[in-house]
Design a binder for this molecule. Structure first.
Ligand code: RRS
Ligand code: CA
Ligand code: ZN
Ligand code: ZN
Length: 570
């Protein structure tokens, strides 16, 4: 089609073409104009055609549309359909619009765009429904990379993500690797072009769903630059799944064009523009009065060793900073959990090693995506160990997982609630579950929640609200932990010691007092745990096992496992 054969609206757009010698311009412009209008309309830069529009206004809008498109594409904002702009438009690309509604064309200071929809909850579930048909990446690696990509958004918003088994729960975010037509209106286009797309939050079953083109060569940590980095694309798509549109900010992961790998998933941080967009939707990570997050966001699991030779590692946390996720007395030993790590104190009060051990190397069968244990306790009646994360818990027999994830509602909590602390109180053999300023009680013998709960935590006189965790020492005293402090309740008492709280560091973790809060340094007291292994050893008897095999089973794992990574352990 030649320019003179075009309908009048294309003449208008021809004004956007750069000044070129007439013959060359006429040869290219017919196709260019057609491509330009279609492209800008298809990707949301132009509203659908309106024949009654005034010409001058339209010209201005067209120039604006071209400029916005150029900004998104990282091109000079000429407002003209120049060579670079047309080249960009000719390349195959995503079918979802870049600009969401008319607001996208309004000039804004912020660069990010919002879909206008958000999830009305802070814990979201996900599942990979279909994996790549053939890929260098194993299914395990795919899941791990996806959980890292979700955690990137969780870290800045406090949102948490749980991988679920659809047989038990329909997830919010289904993830598929699909080819060509795949039961939505956005068929994929084979190798290259569009890499993936995602649906904004909402109530439709497809809302939040994220699709990757299975004809791409998905890679991670590729040395030769081959393939498409799954982690980078997943971070982008999950931005949409949470409600973000595309952005034109230079460092934004939400730019509509693939920018290549973004480095180690455990070190990757969102750009300021992405953070601002996200926090517009979900607010900031909840802060305590001291300015620290109340609960660390769900962190993803360590990456598998293969096929990632330079597999990044999590920074090892400093135990002296306190703020543990969970603390539990397990058969006489005290476990301090923080992210995907834990430390262990022997019944004598000695730290087994100053270096933490890895959660998943020890708790066999704990799903890889569970990287924060929010509470833990050893059940009095059978010695089983229960680990809690999000709205679920897992039961372990010694170190082995025994059964599927179970909902907290089984222990009497209302649906959707998570726990701060769980402990078994020797005074009555009941299990206490604490959340915020409320607590519930579970009768292990009758295997049902006690009526009349929740009750107010102030009934535990002097206890901090929303403790990090609560546990009972071998001497039978109850300890509440929060931040860098602990509160002691003498055996059988629901009233804290008058000198509570105390700094945890010197007492429990072999840390100097100065790193443990506002208290003056004081010499370590005789440890409340030392020697007297009474009530917790009864657990082993109740379980019909002596304590030794369990304790011994830890040693090769902690010593050997850490030695290979960290060069030895004490
Ligand atoms: C998207 O926004 N999903 O939410 C889609 C986006 C995407 O796939 N963009 C294309 C892209 O960058 N592809 C790279 C490979 C082909 C390159 C050449 C052709 N080409 C997801 C990304 C951001 C993770 C769009 C696209 C393909 C493109 C383009 C855009 C050339 C501009 C220029
Ligand atoms: Ca493609
Ligand atoms: Zn799709
Ligand atoms: Zn996108």
């Amino acid at each position: 089609m030649r320019l003179r054969e075009l309908p009048p609206r294309f003449w208008l757009l021809a004004l956007l073409l750069p000044p070129l010698p007439p013959p060359a311009r006429a040869e290219t412009s017919a196709q260019d104009v057609s491509l330009g209008v279609d492209w800008l309309t298809r990707y949301g830069y132009l509203p659908p055609p309106d024949p009654v529009q005034a010409q001058l206004q339209s010209l201005e809008k067209l120039r604006d549309a071209v400029k916005v498109m150029q900004r998104f594409a990282g091109l000079p904002e000429t407002g003209l359909m120049d060579r670079q702009t047309l080249a960009t438009m000719r390349k195959p690309r995503c079918s979802l619009p870049d600009v969401l509604g008319a607001a996208g064309l309004v000039r804004r200071r912020r660069r990010y765009a919002l879909s206008g929809s958000v999830w009305p909850k802070r814990t979201l579930t996900w599942r990979v429904r279909s994996f790549p048909r053939s890929s260098r990446l194993s299914q395990e690696t795919v899941r791990t990379l996806l959980s890292y990509a979700l955690a990137v958004w969780g870290a800045e918003s406090g949102l948490t993500f749980h991988e679920v088994d659809a047989r038990h729960q329909e997830p919010d975010i289904h993830i598929d690797f699909a080819r060509a037509y795949h039961q939505d209106s956005y068929p994929f286009d084979g190798l290259g072009g569009t890499l993936a797309h995602a649906f904004f939050p909402g109530e439709h079953p497809i809302s939040g769903d994220t699709h990757f083109d299975d004809e791409e060569t998905w890679t991670f940590g590729s040395k030769d630059g081959e393939g498409t980095d799954l982690f980078a694309v997943a971070v982008h798509e999950f931005g949409h799944a949470l409600g973000l549109g595309h952005s034109s900010a230079p460092n934004s992961i939400m730019r509509p064009f693939y920018q290549g790998p973004v480095g180690d998933p455990d070190k990757y941080r969102l750009s300021q523009d992405d953070i601002e967009g996200l926090q517009q939707l979900y607010g900031k990570v909840p802060q305590t009065p001291q300015g620290t997050p109340t609960r660390r966001p769900l962190a993803p699991p360590p990456l598998p060793p293969t096929p990632l030779p330079d597999s990044p590692t999590w920074p090892i946390p400093d135990r002296c900073e306190g703020h543990f996720d969970a603390i539990a007395n397990i058969r006489g030993e005290t476990f301090f959990f923080k992210g995907p790590w834990f430390w262990r104190l022997q019944p004598s009060g000695q730290l087994v090693s100053p270096r933490p051990a890895r959660l998943h190397r020890f708790w066999e069968g704990l799903p890889a995506q569970v990287t924060v244990v929010q509470a833990a306790y050893a059940r009095h009646r059978d010695g089983r160990i229960l680990l809690f994360s999000g709205p679920q818990f897992w039961e372990f027999r010694d170190r082995q997982l025994d059964g599927p994830a179970r909902p907290l509602t089984e222990l009497g909590l209302p649906p959707g609630l998570e726990v701060d602390a769980v402990f078994s109180w020797p005074a009555n053999g009941k299990t206490y579950l604490v959340r915020g300023r409320s607590y519930w009680r579970f009768d292990e013998e009758a295997r049902r929640a006690d009526p009349g709960y929740p009750r107010d935590l102030s009934l535990w006189e002097g206890a901090p609200l929303a403790p990090d965790d609560v546990t009972v020492s071998n001497a039978g005293d109850t300890y509440f932990f929060k931040g860098t402090q602990y509160w002691r309740f003498p055996k059988g008492s629901v009233k804290t010691e008058p000198d509570s709280p105390q700094p945890m560091g010197p007492e429990w973790l072999d840390c100097p007092a100065s790193t443990s809060g506002p208290h003056a340094p004081k010499p370590p007291k005789a440890t409340p745990r030392s020697g007297a292994c009474d009530c917790q050893c009864e657990l082993n008897q109740a379980a019909g096992r002596p304590p030794t095999p369990f304790l011994l089973s830890l040693l090769p794992l902690l010593a050997g496992g850490l030695a290979s990574r960290c060069g030895g352990s004490s």
